[in-house]
Ligand binder design. Structure first.
Ligand code: AMP
Ligand code: ZN
Ligand code: ZN
Length: 435
């Protein structure tokens, strides 16, 4: 059993580990010129699995107030597969999963013969899986200080760089403590204060899985995380920073209702000796044995009215899910509300713990859509865009921080309308002013 550690101790452990680790590149000295001093800190908060319409379905006065006083996308459109790790990493890299390499929560890489999953701690912290450049690496490279509380990827050294402050993921860490710890970094003297803070909360995703998106438990968790937004605001106000800080609240995906009778069991159609199935859930990665690809594809094509299957290179273009070698030669995905199991035995076992919600489906499904709210001096007031793609967030973060972005799949022009004319003009000329 993992003992629950106070967050300060965890942070200490992370720092101590970081110091002892000879491969950690020293953080570049903070920029101390007028440019850096003028830039307000940027805070990005993620509420895992916060579906776009929870804002209206449930009492969320604090998030709605932020949106009203700032900007809001009615829907943040996730990337395929609409799971936690691929989408959190898309949000901070501006890359589709086919370009950043986190192609699912569970995946394999034939090149280094290894398996990645959320529960294999050494692999989650191994930089070889995390391709592209997350915003904290972009920031640190360009002389800024980044603090990351639990964002997927933040435990790995990526391109030889880590955020100045980070800590190993602890799902038991108290949310209020997380928030207070993040706020306390703002009390550091100029030159030590983070320019960028990212904070991850694992609700309301947990409640959505356990009880479904339309449930009392999910309502309770949504109300609770809305309270965290109020607490964040109060903490910033107490420091006289609320109007100086640019704040973004996002989520990675939504949640769809699932039911025990809506299941697809692959062993009914496949000889499982001839195909390896990875991450069966709302989608699955299929690795057929040599010479078995065509037969596997034929066996699954049209096998079930709610199951789709395609060769990697024939995946629908709009899903942007072809390029990476970690994407299996065959990809199967279910219609929203349906779940894929490998065997009946697995179905029975997994259904012991009742689940009423899941995600990972086609990003076009409205149930998968997420949230985006922005507030602060760089954002317009009371302005709403109908939809923003989550690949565009990285460009927006770079614009807010005055950073030169790494190559990515996003487009600043699509999110620039969220910015004040002054902030948009600054972003347009950032190439000249990046430190
Ligand atoms: P999903 O399976 O897509 O619903 O993933 C959500 C789960 O990811 C949550 O239950 C979190 O506890 C877990 N999670 C989030 N960040 C991390 C991390 N850095 N390491 C391991 N698990 C994580
Ligand atoms: Zn998630
Ligand atoms: Zn989830």
């Amino acid at each position: 059993m993992l003992r629950r550690l106070p967050i300060a101790l965890l942070l200490f452990a992370a720092l101590a580990f970081g110091c002892a680790h000879s491969g950690v590149a020293p953080a570049p000295a903070p920029v101390s010129g007028p440019e850096a001093a003028a830039a307000p800190p940027l805070i990005v908060v993620s509420f895992d699995g916060f579906r776009w319409d929870y804002l209206d379905l449930y009492p969320t006065p604090n998030l709605r107030r932020l949106a009203r006083e700032g900007v809001h996308a009615e829907r943040l459109l996730p990337s395929f597969p609409t799971k936690t790790f691929p989408n959190h990493y898309t949000l901070v890299t501006g890359l589709y999963p086919e370009h950043h390499g986190i192609v699912s929560n569970t995946m394999g890489d034939e090149r280094f013969q290894a398996l990645f999953s959320l529960s294999i701690r050494e692999e989650v912290g191994a930089g070889r899986w995390w391709e592209g450049e997350p915003i904290w690496v972009t920031a640190e490279r360009q002389g800024r200080i980044a603090t990351v509380f639990f964002w997927p990827g933040s435990e790995a050294e990526i391109q030889g760089i880590r955020p100045t402050f980070w800590m190993p993921y602890d799902p038991e860490a108290d949310d209020v403590e997380r928030l207070e710890q993040a706020l306390s970094w703002l009390d550091r003297p100029e030159g030590e204060r983070p320019d960028l803070i990212l904070i991850y909360f694992d609700e309301p995703d947990g409640a959505g899985h356990r009880s479904g998106p339309l449930s009392d438990e999910t309502r309770e968790q949504v109300v609770r995380v809305d309270g965290l937004a109020a607490r964040l605001r109060a903490g910033l106000e107490a420091r006289g920073l609320f109007d100086a800080v640019d704040l973004l609240v996002v989520s990675d995906h939504g949640m769809a209702e699932v039911a025990p009778e809506r299941t697809i069991v692959l062993e009914e159609y496949l000889d499982l000796d001839e195909v390896r199935v990875l991450d069966p859930s709302t989608m699955a990665l299929l690795w057929p044995a040599p010479g078995q690809l065509d037969a596997t594809l034929a066996a699954l094509s049209g096998a079930h009215p709610h199951l789709h299957v395609a060769r990697r290179e024939e995946m629908p273009e709009r899903l942007h899910y072809r390029a990476h070698p970690r994407i299996a030669p065959l990809v199967a995905w279910a219609d929203p509300g349906w779940l894929i199991y490998t065997t009946h035995a697995e179905r029975e076992r997994r259904q012991q713990s009742v689940t009423r919600g899941n995600h990972g489906y086609d990003p076009a499904a409205p149930e998968m859509h997420a949230i985006l709210i922005g507030h602060g001096p760089s954002f317009r007031r009371d302005f709403t865009l109908p939809a923003v793609e989550n690949v565009d967030l990285y460009e927006l973060l770079c614009a807010l921080l005055g950073l030169e972005p790494a190559p990515n799949d996003g487009d600043l022009a699509r999110v620039a309308p969220l910015l004040t004319p002054e902030a948009a003009a600054r972003a347009a000329s950032r190439g000249d002013r990046a430190p």
